[in-house]
Write a protein that binds this ligand. Structure first.
Ligand SMILES: [Zn+2]
Length: 87
């Protein structure tokens, strides 16, 4: 699998580190958030079968955080953008 880094161009998977689901958001109220929100944030993830946004780090390249939209059924990479642009 190759990821087209927006800064470096297409690179091999071994240059990147996977950091999980890019759609998960930390509860806004910190310690005041209900336990259920924290439990959902820490433990529960959707088991998607199709396009999904993932967070990747270009550790052996430009050190950029990337949001990679990948089809989990086919492993096809549909889109790559800087996490800064996605925020
Ligand atoms: Zn890069």
């Amino acid at each position: 699998m190759r990821i087209a880094c927006p800064h470096c161009g297409p690179r091999g998977l071994e240059e990147f580190l996977y950091h999980g689901d890019a759609t998960v958001r930390r509860p806004r109220d910190g310690g005041a958030a209900p336990t259920k929100e924290w439990t959902d944030y820490v433990y529960f993830r959707d088991n998607a079968n199709g396009p999904h946004d993932e967070l990747w780090y270009h550790s052996a390249g430009c050190h950029a955080w990337l949001v990679v939209r990948r089809d989990l059924a086919t492993h096809e990479i549909l889109h790559v953008k800087s996490a800064r642009d996605a925020a």
